[in-house]
Design a protein around this ligand. Sequence first.
Ligand code: PMV
Length: 328
Amino acid sequence: AQTSNASATARAYPNIALVKYWGKRDERLMLPAAGSLSLTLDVFPTETTVTVDPGADRDRFELDGAPASEEQTGRVTRFLDLVRERAGTTARAVVRSTNAAPTGAGLASSASGFAALAVSAAAAYRLDADRLALSRLARRGSGSAARSIVPGVAVWHAGEDDGSSFAEPVDAPPLSMVIVTIDRAMKAVSSREAMRRTALTSPFHAAWISDTAQALEAMLVACRDGDFTRIGRITETNALRMHAVIQSADPPIQYLAPTSVAAFDEVRRLRAEGLEAYATADAGPNVVALARPADAEAVADALAHLGETTIAGPGPGAALVEPAGGTA
Ligand code: PMV
């Protein structure tokens, strides 16, 4: 029987895309213009508890121990509305979330955040949802969150409608990522706004979308073949092309800082010296180097002068956990 104040806690990890998602074909349904592929990490988790509160007249959202902004709370409420619609209830909820990484700084906190929210809300509202359904649900909160439902390497199929746009696991060779935290500040332009502006104003947008679709096909072959070099080359090229299309928006958007560019240069220099790594960056200044696990320490040492480094490997998909300390 449904208890009136059902509660559930979930943990989800960020993911870093090797083939990027940048552009929507349907903003309401959050359908991407092209598919993408990522590695779910084993660092910087988000932990979220949803407690249904039938007596409340609105949702409350607490982020890292403090009430979240109205905008952040509005995003959570719009997401919970989807869950409530499916659950056939109007009951509000209290959402408490903690991020191990700084929120909004391009370390994919929206991916781990909405993946953790999807899993905890689905459980608290007693939705019957398997992993595929959870991936589709998480997608509605933040596109990239669809991939954090999945452990390790995930492909997010662009799909044609709500039912066909979800992420699923892909076999890949062992991969490590070295995260270089260059700036912890909140990004100036949200990825949502920046994607919209890119699609509306960049003369290169259509080329970016068709190139990404090709890159994804090539990446899936490289993963299947266990070809690290091919995976790395596609990753770095696709990241630089994403930043190129973002820079070509009007007004232009620049997520990379001078130190980010220095990190790309350093990674290229390491390759020339025989240490094989490839760089990528999301909608922010932080750079992530892709390496073979055996090389990750050496790559991290070489990048340490540019920012704090964190070595990550493949992490688990979003899942329910027992709330810390028993009662939430
Ligand atoms: O889903 P969003 O709004 O967090 O967009 C993610 C966009 C990138 O991180 C830049 C690329 C990606 O595929 O994760």
